[in-house]
Design a protein around this ligand. Structure first.
Ligand SMILES: [Zn+2]
Length: 71
């Protein structure tokens, strides 16, 4: 089913992805958004120990997975 991606504002014919913020984006933009968010989280984790940062990132991934509802 066709839809307009909220991120790139292009008409997409493939799978629509609803983000945690309720936006409808194409699979490509969804991937870009997730990697950008992960990068921000990683940046915020710096300053502590490498192990602490890794644990914080893993915790975020778990919360994100629950929010998205993927199994
Ligand atoms: Zn898009």
């Amino acid at each position: 089913m066709a839809f307009i991606c909220d991120q790139c504002e292009k008409r997409q014919g493939g799978r629509a992805v609803t983000t945690v913020t309720g936006r409808t984006v194409c699979a490509r933009c969804d991937r870009d958004t997730q990697s950008a968010a992960a990068g921000v989280m990683a940046a915020e984790s710096t300053g502590g120990s490498p192990v602490g940062g890794a644990i914080a990132t893993m915790g975020w991934r778990e919360r994100f997975r629950r929010a998205v509802g993927k199994k």
